[in-house]
Design a protein around this ligand. Structure first.
Ligand SMILES: C[S@@+](CC[C@H](N)C(=O)[O-])C[C@H]1O[C@@H](n2cnc3c(N)ncnc32)[C@H](O)[C@@H]1O
Length: 406
């Protein structure tokens, strides 16, 4: 039986603190893996608590079945966490979830199993699908994608400087030979990329490209975006989202989400509204700052220890585990959404009112300007002076210019 203890969960203490588990609460672990985090969450729940675990990897789901099939508190779902909202709604738990955990990326068992094709350390079929029961493999994709598309993926998802060169080499090579295994792909990349130097020294030249292709095959960034956008249909008011991310592309999406949802809307100057009232309407509050895994954790983690036997791998593992933890408190969901919408409608109405008043003022101002300019014509001034003040303009003959003192 797969024991969760086989896999040491990352940043366990921070995860448990961050989720601030309520014994009777409802929790979702969207990335079960081998259940390291799930087991600890479960241990903190009472008989009334619930844990929904998801993973798109059939092997992870098999492990979840082995570990928890008989626990009535646990629901096991084999699906992408991008469909979390659908499952939560189907279970009647919409807006009732106390906490969601996402431990992003690949698991150690996935990396270690050469048959999954995630790693260039040992040769295996070029698969890279997290759900290896469906969808296109990396080999299939590389055989049919255009050179431009391959280059784009390597650049966007791997920030690979030699993306064009690698794409050209792949397209050239595939004209006569299949790229079916990880060794072939890694050697093609090695031909195009100079040995990493400086900060990147010791890193395998294929690291960035493998990451990029994996992200493309599993649509990883799209899935993160989807689940974040759906959070306000899942979490209850005061519910928490906790994300462990592995690289800057994931980080960026999460940070942008936090910024977008926790920044109050700017109100135009002059509106009769107070910023404090608007600030209270943000849907989300970030708790604390992103936390990085400590060196102690790097040292304690079995993968890092294993890596220490091989200096190159050791550096690689340090990078992998140099991760970020983001804790987010959603201060309001459904109610707040409605309220925010309502507030924005009020704001909109007030803005329209102000604009209408402004338009009327402009028309009035225009009329006055017109009147003013008409009144200021010489003939008008003369008429008014004559009629209202009884003044008479002198003839030109009567006008004498007096010399000045100078
Ligand atoms: C880093 S591991 C999680 C490890 C887990 N926290 C533990 O303690 O064992 C990431 C897991 O998330 C899964 N995964 C990645 N993307 C997913 C997605 N979009 N939907 C569902 N599962 C996903 C992977 O298959 C993998 O099993």
């Amino acid at each position: 039986m797969t024991q969760p203890s086989d896999h040491q969960p990352v940043m366990l203490k921070e995860v448990l603190q961050g989720l601030s588990i309520r014994p009777d609460g409802v929790y979702v672990d969207g990335t079960f893996g081998r259940g390291g985090h799930a087991a600890k969450i479960l241990a903190a729940l009472s008989d009334k608590g619930r844990l929904i675990v998801m993973d798109k990897d059939p092997q992870a789901i098999a492990a979840a079945q082995e570990q928890h099939a008989h626990d009535a508190r646990v629901t096991i779902i084999h699906d992408d966490y991008a469909r979390m909202k659908h499952h939560i709604e189907a279970a009647g738990l919409a807006l009732n979830v106390d906490g969601v955990l996402l431990d992003l990326g690949v698991s150690s068992p996935q990396l270690d199993d050469a048959q999954r094709g995630f790693s260039f350390q040992t040769n295996g079929p070029l698969d890279m699908r997290m759900n290896n029961a469906q969808g296109e493999t990396a080999a299939q994709w590389l055989m049919q994608a255009s050179e431009q598309e391959i280059a784009d993926v390597l650049w966007r998802f791997g920030e690979e400087r030699f993306s064009r060169r690698i794409a050209r080499r792949i397209v050239e090579y595939r004209q006569h030979t299949l790229i079916n295994d990880t060794d072939t792909l890694a050697s093609l990349i090695r031909e195009c990329v100079p040995s990493p130097r400086g900060k990147e020294k010791g890193k395998h030249p294929a690291t960035r490209s493998f990451q990029a292709i994996r992200i493309r095959i599993n649509r990883e960034l799209d899935n993160i975006q989807t689940v974040l956008d759906d959070l306000f249909h899942i979490l209850k008011v005061g519910g928490r989202l906790l994300v462990i991310s592995f690289h800057s592309l994931e980080d960026r999406i999460i940070k942008q989400f936090i910024r977008r949802e926790s920044t109050p809307p700017r109100i135009p100057k002059g509106l009769p509204l107070r910023q404090a009232g608007i600030t209270a309407q943000v849907r989300l509050r970030a708790i604390g700052k992103a936390i990085k895994a400590g060196l102690q954790e790097l040292a304690d983690n079995p993968r890092a220890q294993r890596g220490a036997q091989n200096r190159r791998t050791s550096r690689l593992m340090r990078r992998v585990y140099w991760l970020m933890l983001l804790v987010v408190l959603v201060t309001g969901s459904a109610l707040t959404v409605v309220y925010v919408k309502h507030e924005s409608r009020v704001l909109f109405a007030e803005l329209r009112q102000v604009q209408k008043l402004q338009d009327e003022e402009m028309i009035h101002w225009g009329r006055l300007q017109l009147q003013n300019s008409t009144l200021l014509t010489q003939a008008n001034v003369e008429t008014m002076a004559r009629k209202k003040l009884g003044m008479v303009l002198p003839d030109n003959v009567q006008i004498v210019t007096l010399p000045t003192d100078e």
